[in-house]
Design a protein around this ligand. Structure first.
Ligand code: ZN
Ligand code: ZN
Length: 419
């Protein structure tokens, strides 16, 4: 009776552990049931960096999560095990393993990490791990995106660890240590300089080319080089008000190599030249605003009549489509090149530059008025204007030349000897 009870308890305990320990692999990776191979890879890349124990020292939860993510990736990245998992869940996978299912897919979590980011599976801060070079790219988006914010993507071509051979360079997975240099990649030869006098000379091993390893059957995908060039697409979140030229860091997303931990991909976010697009929202006046820091600049053209007599309105469409209305009543003069500063119609201020406690703030819109004079008039119109001018010139006219005290003739400069 007692043993029976114990056995039941033990079984229950096992079940409990299985239930607790087995989080859904799709949930774990934050992907949908029909996620593509690419999405699975992407999720693994993001999460494995986030929960890597090197980044979360002393955090057991992060460590467990890192291990679980690797397991989820192992199962879902293989067509057969994914199918088994979809049908029978965790139990199915356990049975598959016990029944001698292909063990090749089972990676050590750190080993798997190194298949993605190179090196030995660690970030190596302080561990002396070699880092690959950083990579810099320019990504240009229109001013509209800096104003409104936008979720977009960009693609870069980079060197990636060959997934066919998992970075070994070998078709069958066999990599042998070079028998000439014993894996050192270097050979030491003794040269006799004189009887009894030797010199040791170190040179690169020519059998393995300094790699220390030889491969009988090179991987057909990478030709044994262990890496391939391939395009990779990254998400880019352009935040409202981000400064021009801001640098956005994608950790460990630069060129990969089994010999190092991938460096960072650094994106320089720049502005494209202004250009109307096809759609309405790409054809606002704001498209041609010029930006300096948090302020925007715009030139508005007025006719002579408007500048002088007033009584006009202008609707300027801003970068998000809202309207900024400019106007003058009759009798309000606008001098050419006057700049009107409109508060809060400039760029949104980037959240990183906002003072503490301020939710949002904007720069100003600077409108410069340009006045265009007509260079052609109908004959009758010209006559009428002329006579009006003549009438008022005779009554109140001022000669600016005389008012400024300018002479009527040239002024003679003194000769040198008179000085
Ligand atoms: Zn390969
Ligand atoms: Zn060698």
């Amino acid at each position: 009776m007692g043993t029976m009870l114990l056995r039941i308890l033990a079984v229950l305990g096992c079940l409990m552990m299985m239930v607790l320990g087995a989080e859904d692999f799709y949930k774990l990776l934050g992907i949908r049931k029909d996620a593509s191979e690419r999405e699975i890879k992407k999720a693994y890349r993001t999460l494995s960096k986030k929960y890597h124990p090197d980044k979360n020292p002393g955090d057991d939860t992060a460590h467990d999560k890192f291990v679980a993510i690797a397991e989820a990736y192992d199962v879902l990245s293989d067509e057969e095990t994914r199918r088994i998992y979809d049908q029978y869940g965790h139990d199915g996978i356990e049975q598959h393993k016990r029944g001698g299912g292909r063990p090749a897919q089972h990676h050590d979590p750190f080993d798997l990490f190194s298949r993605f980011f190179g090196g030995s599976g660690h970030f190596g801060h302080g561990g002396g791990e070699r880092h690959g070079p950083n990579m810099e790219v320019r990504v240009a988006v229109p001013l509209r995106d800096f104003y409104n914010g936008r979720q977009t993507e960009f693609t870069v071509e980079k060197q990636a660890i060959c997934s066919a051979c998992e970075g070994t360079g070998s078709q069958d997975g066999h990599v042998e240590t070079c028998d000439v240099c014993g894996g050192r990649g270097m050979r030491i030869q003794r040269q006799q300089l004189a009887p009894g006098l030797f010199q040791q000379v170190q040179s690169m091993c020519d059998k393995c080319g300094g790699k220390g390893k030889t491969i009988k059957h090179p991987c057909p995908v990478c030709g044994g080089s262990r890496v391939v060039r391939e395009p990779e697409t990254h998400e880019l979140h352009v935040e409202r008000g981000m400064p021009k030229g801001v640098r956005i860091n994608y950790e460990n997303e630069a060129d990969e190599s089994p010999d190092w931990v991938a460096g960072d991909l650094i994106v320089h976010l720049v502005e494209t030249d202004p250009q109307y697009g096809e759609q309405d929202h790409e054809r606002t006046d704001g498209t041609f605003f010029r930006r300096r820091g948090k302020d925007l600049f715009w030139r508005e053209v007025l006719s002579l009549r408007e500048a002088w007599m007033g009584d006009w309105t202008r609707n300027i469409t801003h970068l998000d489509g809202h309207i900024v209305q400019l106007s003058r009543k009759r009798g309000e003069v606008v001098q050419p090149n006057t700049v009107e500063v409109i508060e809060n119609e400039g760029m949104p201020i980037w959240h990183q530059h906002l003072p503490e406690g301020v939710e949002e703030a904007y720069g100003s819109l600077h409108v410069e008025y340009v006045v265009i004079l007509p260079d052609q008039m109908e004959k009758g119109m010209e006559k009428e204007f002329w006579s009006v001018w003549e009438k008022w010139r005779k009554k109140k006219g001022v000669s600016l030349d005389q008012a400024n005290g300018r002479p009527e003739g040239p002024i003679r400069m003194p000769e040198h000897d008179e000085l």
